[in-house]
Design a protein around this ligand. Structure first.
Ligand SMILES: [Zn+2]
Length: 262
């Protein structure tokens, strides 16, 4: 009896694996998630910049502009303090933030703009959900997400990007290899500054205060109504007061996990 049950479970999983393998997802639309999505290994790579080694710690501030608007608390702090930063923009965000883009483009020595994708879809090449968001779901859709973001940037007068960070910052190892083959480095991070703009200011400040020499901090610059931005602005000032040397990704050597950079 037990053997029979075990056998039927085995047959059932073999059948579902076979059907998952034969389903051809549409190239540009998020595909229907499969039941065994949790079995697919996703990674969230770390990224560090080369340490200064002695004296002031070196830290890279990175901000995602996923969609929506611009947080003036963060933008104004960066501008007033002349702090360089790397901003990951989507095609969606570019459409609705021409004023902020003009500011970024007017300060090329301060702001490095990189690719956060076309539609803010996780760059995972299997059908699955990441934090409830349907992934791109196929290699074709991953390619479209990366290229669509870069094409929109160039169409908006931004230089061709060299870095990509996908929505949710999670990838399959095969999607990492694919994006690398497209000529991009993949931007992980080492300190999660705002947990998707969900943290209260005190928690954001705690995260930023934990940053050490060589860390790459991720936060969001597109959520002006969230309390997190207040903490991000205060934290940037606190790092500056500590004498931190701020760097952009294009200005410094780096090392990333999971073959994301080398
Ligand atoms: Zn994002």
């Amino acid at each position: 009896m037990i053997r029979q049950i075990a056998l039927s479970v085995l047959l059932l999983s073999a059948a579902s694996a076979a059907s998952a393998a034969t389903v051809e997802p549409l190239p540009t639309l998020p595909s229907k998630p499969v039941q065994n999505a949790s079995a697919i290994k996703l990674v969230e790579p770390h990224l560090h910049v080369t340490r200064s080694g002695k004296g002031a710690p070196r830290i890279a501030l990175t901000f995602d502009a996923c969609m929506g608007k611009t947080d003036p608390r963060i933008l104004n702090t960066l501008l007033e303090q002349h702090i360089p930063a790397t901003i990951f923009v989507t095609a969606r965000w570019l459409k609705t933030n021409p004023e902020t883009l003009a500011i970024f483009l007017a300060h090329p020595e301060q702001f490095e703009l990189e690719d956060h994708g076309q539609n803010h879809i996780p760059a995972v090449d299997h059908p699955t959900l990441v934090y409830g968001i349907p992934a791109a779901g196929s290699p074709e859709a991953v390619a479209q997400e990366v290229k669509g973001g870069a094409d929109a940037m160039v169409a908006h007068g931004i230089p061709q990007p060299h870095w990509f960070r996908g929505a949710t910052a999670k990838y399959s190892l095969s999607s990492i290899a694919q994006i690398r083959a497209m000529g991009y480095r993949i931007a992980g991070y080492s300190v999660n500054g705002d947990a998707g703009a969900s943290l209260i200011p005190k928690m954001v400040e705690k995260q930023y205060a934990s940053a050490k020499d060589g860390d790459v901090i991720i936060s969001h610059i597109n959520q002006p109504t969230h309390a997190s931005g207040e903490g991000v602005a205060a934290s940037i000032l606190a790092l500056k007061a500590k004498g931190v040397q701020f760097v952009r990704l294009q200005d410094i050597a780096e090392s990333g996990d999971d073959d994301t950079t080398q």
